[in-house]
Design a protein around this ligand. Structure first.
Ligand code: CMC
Length: 434
């Protein structure tokens, strides 16, 4: 990656009587950043930013979010246009390579992904080691990490071709792993990938077909699945992506880095929110109970939060939630389902958007607000929701990992701390302890 941020000025930090000049850098869009890399060396002071609310961890040319405007761009292209006009595999190519593929480039890319969809037969043994009731995220995390035991050549960190293969393998094998985890949890036989199908169709087929019956799925549902993957493909330096970058910054194996991303995504504040959101909507159950849950979300003594609402970066509508709401209608219409949960969600959204608490804190629906309704309608159990997120986000993780390795300014990630524990003291023999 060619570094493109430009030095546009100087910020002066004054500590006591001393002042330190720090360069200001500006990217092509978004807020500028003060380069504090020399601050500790110059002044002996760290910056303190738990939760990284004011910290840019890297320069990146992949995804841009304008949280105030509710804008999300992949390599400059608006998410709404990509969801409408592109396909997940084309978006994957775009995220990894920076440009939309020409016809031949796309054909070569798709063929390579298709060629790598199968798992090494021994991977099957890993699934059999899990309890039947293991969470599918546990199986995905463990199995993706285990792939590092199959592809342990460290050439991926230095050689372009080997790295490309690792990237293609991950994108190709994630659906197979995700579907295998699902089949294992429901006690059905593993369905092998079908390389003549599209990425989304193949995934649905591996999840829902059984040897005893012919499985067909409508183009509308396949398209909905593909759109869901596009919406989740990348989201700049979120917690799981930062985890993948941090793991990769030490030169770790890419499959192990992606397993780290899966682990981070699992939590209910991140990718686990779609599961938590649908559970919440079910718990609400009827429209008349919404005020009770709104009151709980506002009550500081109650840890309850309105799942699917709020975002660290978006202080406006998450643009993905608008697309997802449309997908929810398309899927429910296609399947001729009248899910009362959708009515609850729409009413909850309406009430929350008018409530002073949510308005003043700029809490809007995020991508997870409607995604659970769609995934439920598609037939996935809630435990699979985050797995689908992980499957799609693998493309973003691996694009960001690749970008990091190509960044000449990349160093191992190593934050510092403000230590407030016990000061230096001598060891006491057990009889001398108070
Ligand atoms: N319900 C009620 N209050 C909320 C909510 C919510 N969902 N989200 C934030 N707040 C309040 C919070 O209590 C705080 O109030 P105060 O300033 O009075 O202390 C204020 O809004 C700011 O919240 P925060 O926790 O400091 O904000 P954050 O940027 O650290 O957290 C978040 C962002 C997404 C973790 C949070 O909004 C949340 O927990 N939302 C629910 C979980 C969710 O839907 N997560 C999915 C995120 S989108 C998918 C993804 O990117 O992974």
């Amino acid at each position: 990656m060619e570094n493109k941020i430009k030095n546009t000025g100087t910020a002066t930090v004054t500590i006591g009587k001393d002042s330190y000049d720090l360069p200001i850098y500006q990217g092509s869009m978004g807020a500028p950043g003060i380069d504090v890399r020399s601050l500790y060396k110059q002044s002996g002071h760290f910056t303190f930013d738990p939760g990284y609310t004011s910290t840019c961890s890297t320069e990146s040319q992949i995804t841009f979010i304008n949280g105030g405007e509710g804008q999300l761009l992949y390599r400059g292209y608006p998410i709404e246009q990509l969801a409408e006009k592109s396909t997940f595999l084309e978006v994957a190519y775009l995220l990894i390579n920076g440009e939309l593929p020409k016809r031949e480039e796309f054909q070569n890319f798709s063929e390579s992904i298709t060629k790598h969809t199968m798992l090494h037969d021994s991977v099957e043994n890993f699934f059999h080691g899990f309890r039947r009731d293991a969470h599918p995220m546990a199986m995905v995390c463990g199995t993706v990490g285990a792939l590092s035991g199959f592809y342990h050549d460290d050439a991926h960190t230095t050689k372009d071709e080997a790295r490309d293969i690792a990237i293609h393998r991950l994108i190709a094998k994630m659906p197979t792993i995700a579907a295998r985890a699902y089949k294992y949890s429901v006690g059905q036989p593993h369905v092998y990938p079908t390389n003549s199908m599209s990425y989304a169709e193949n995934f649905l087929n591996m999840c829902f077909s059984v040897p005893a019956e012919k499985y067909t799925v409508s183009p509308t549902i396949i398209r909905a699945m593909d759109k869901i993957f596009i919406l989740h493909a990348d989201h700049e330096q979120n917690a799981s992506t930062s985890t993948v970058r941090l793991a990769g910054s030490s030169g770790a194996n890419p499959y192990a880095c992606i397993a780290a991303g899966v682990a981070c995504l699992w939590g209910p504040s991140h990718g686990g929110a779609n599961e938590a959101c649908l559970n919440m909507l079910r718990e609400i159950g009827t429209v008349d109970r919404i005020p009770e849950f709104i009151a709980r979300a506002k009550d500081k003594s109650d840890p309850f939060r309105l799942m699917g609402f709020g975002h660290r970066v978006y202080k406006n509508f998450d643009p993905r939630s608008r697309v997802m709401q449309k997908v929810a209608h398309e899927v429910l219409d296609e399947l001729d389902l009248n899910d009362p949960i959708l009515d609850i969600a729409k009413e909850l959204e309406k009430i929350a958007l008018e409530d002073e608490y949510f308005v003043s804190k700029k809490l809007y629906p995020n991508v997870d607000f409607y995604s659970g309704i769609v995934l439920n309608a598609l037939g996935f159990p809630t435990s699979m929701f985050t797995v689908l997120f992980a499957l799609a986000r693998t493309v973003g993780w691996i694009s960001q990992w690749n970008e990091m390795l190509e960044d000449p300014t990349q160093r191992i990630g190593r934050p510092r701390q403000l230590y407030s524990g016990a000061v230096s003291r001598d060891y006491l023999d057990v009889d001398d302890r108070a």
